[in-house]
Design a protein around this ligand. Structure first.
Ligand code: AHR
Length: 509
């Protein structure tokens, strides 16, 4: 009888207990959400570097020393904390000495991985590091392990970071840079299980030890090439191969791309999709969390002191190329779906900030899930740009652990959590970011925040349709706008999280 009453009340009034709840857990936790979790990646691929960032000093497109002014402004506003370069697969074909000295003397090479185009090396080490200084970002350099040598890598490190007198520092000065640059982050190889030399894990581990023992510098963070997605055999293999010397690597990388179909042959369109591909994309994105947990538990076995951090240095959506664009240029559009993908990933990274020290979305301009797209002199900020701008508040903030419960978003026979969330505090301001994957309904979220807080305001990124995107020369359809919130009553705040949206709620003590 009792059960019948409960069932009856559920049917007429909904569940008796709130299904969607978020509680800020008071904690003595001092886990910092490293600003580098909001990092980016730039490769000599398609129009990421040339056209997207660098147009040359003689271009009609307004520029500073050849770098696009509009793009510089957009990145400054975004507070890009770290930028990875020169690849990707390109990095393991890149010989840095080709990209220094007078531009007219620099050799041209063929970019074998990306469209077979001619790379004239006019954007090299000086240009990249100069650009990082212009936008106020930390550089993260990827060393050529696949086709390079230890000597070449060591000379690059010396050229860039040394203040001693040596042949390499003399060369740097001759090329116009007196002072060394401060480069902390060094990736030793990229995808060495694939495009970076097709190595076996134990072989790569030996190679890594060799490189890492010669690449030396103050406070360097050296990154060992980690697995793609859920490849635990690679993680196990390389960590075992370090033979106890886990202190040779401060970071282990993870690459995880979201493909709607999960099939590299036919990945799905970036703009034309229905609920099936919307659901599949968000479901596949959420799988990154189980990969993170799997790799962290292997890392725990080899590095129980947890000194080595996880660095998700390539992530984002990967769709079929836009019709009419070149093969190997990886050009795609960016819709409300990408905003959700970004929000979900960043919430997951925030919640694992004790172990994830950096993440780099692929890639910063014109390639894959970019924050900026350019066409000639035009530029658009994508929905993903607006998510990064909204989530800026978490950069170097203290993570707030949350108790969180969400209903599911059910599509056909499958379900995923409808909401995701993360929270942090900086300068007395508490920021909570929430995603709602359900494209059909707003979800009421009951937040237990505490009595002594007041609301500062809210922000939202959404669109009228899930396929909305921002087009060149047109008004933005997907942007960051204010989000109206109710009042805190007895330490509780009810938030109506709109369908297919990403929201930010800010509170103050
Ligand atoms: O981001 C595009 C490519 O994806 C990178 O070059 C490579 O590392 C990965 O396979």
């Amino acid at each position: 009888m009792k059960n019948t009453i409960i069932l009856f009340s559920f049917l007429i009034a909904g569940p008796l207990i709130a299904q969607n709840t978020l509680e800020l857990k008071p904690s003595s936790s001092t886990v910092k959400i490293n600003k580098e979790i909001y990092g980016h990646f730039s490769e000599h691929l398609g129009t990421c570097i040339y056209e997207g960032i660098y147009v040359g000093e003689n271009s009609e497109i307004p520029n500073i020393r050849g770098y696009r002014k509009d793009v510089i402004e957009a990145f400054k506003e975004l507070k890009v904390p770290v930028l990875r370069w020169p690849g990707g697969c390109f990095a393991d074909t890149y010989h840095w000495k080709d990209g220094i000295g007078p531009k007219k003397d620099r050799p041209s090479i063929v970019n074998v991985f990306w469209g077979g185009v001619t790379e004239d090396n006019s954007f090299g080490t000086h240009e990249f590091l100069d650009f990082c200084e212009l936008i106020g970002t930390e550089p993260y350099l990827s060393v050529n392990v696949g086709s390079g040598t230890v000597q070449e890598a060591v000379e690059w490190v010396e050229y860039v970071t040394s203040s001693n007198k040596s042949p390499m520092t003399d060369l740097r000065k001759k090329n116009g840079r007196e002072k060394p640059w401060n480069v902390k982050f060094w990736g030793i190889g990229n995808e060495n299980w694939g495009c970076g030399g097709d190595m076996a894990p134990d072989y790569y581990a030996n190679v890594y030890r060799n490189y890492a023992s010669y690449i030396r510098g103050n406070n360097f963070q050296k990154v060992i090439c980690g697995p793609p997605g859920g490849d635990t055999l690679w993680t196990e293999g390389i960590l075992k191969g370090l033979k106890g010397k886990t202190d040779l690597a401060q970071g282990l990388s993870l690459h995880y791309y979201t493909l709607p179909t999960g099939d590299w042959g036919s990945k799905g369109s970036s703009t034309e999709f229905g609920e099936d591909m919307w659901f599949a994309t968000l479901r596949n994105t959420m799988q990154v969390e189980s990969h993170i947990k799997q790799h962290l538990s292997i890392m725990d076995k080899y590095d129980p002191a947890r000194k080595m951090k996880l660095i998700v240095d390539e992530w984002g959506t990967w769709y079929d190329k836009l019709p009419g664009t070149k093969d190997g240029f990886l050009q795609q559009q960016n819709t409300v779906r990408d905003a959700l993908v970004a929000g979900i990933n960043l919430n997951i990274f925030n919640n694992h900030a004790d172990r994830i020290s950096m993440a780099n979305i692929a890639q910063i301009v014109n390639v894959l899930q970019s924050v900026i797209l350019t066409k000639g002199s035009q530029m658009v900020k994508t929905p993903t740009y607006h998510i990064f701008k909204m989530y800026n508040v978490h950069q170097d903030a203290t993570q707030i652990p949350i108790n969180f419960a969400t209903e599911n978003y059910i599509y056909k026979a499958e379900s995923i959590p409808a909401l995701t969330a993360s929270a942090s505090e900086k300068d007395g301001i508490i920021s909570i970011t929430i995603t709602n994957s359900n494209p059909h309904k707003a979800i009421a979220l009951d937040c237990k925040v505490g009595k002594d807080l007041k609301i500062i305001g809210g922000k939202i990124v959404t669109g009228k349709a899930i396929t909305d995107f921002n087009e060149f020369g047109k008004e933005e359809k997907v942007y960051l706008s204010d989000f109206k919130l109710g009042k805190i009553k007895d330490g509780a705040l009810k938030i109506e999280v709109p369908a297919h949206s990403v929201t930010l709620v800010q509170l103050q003590k």
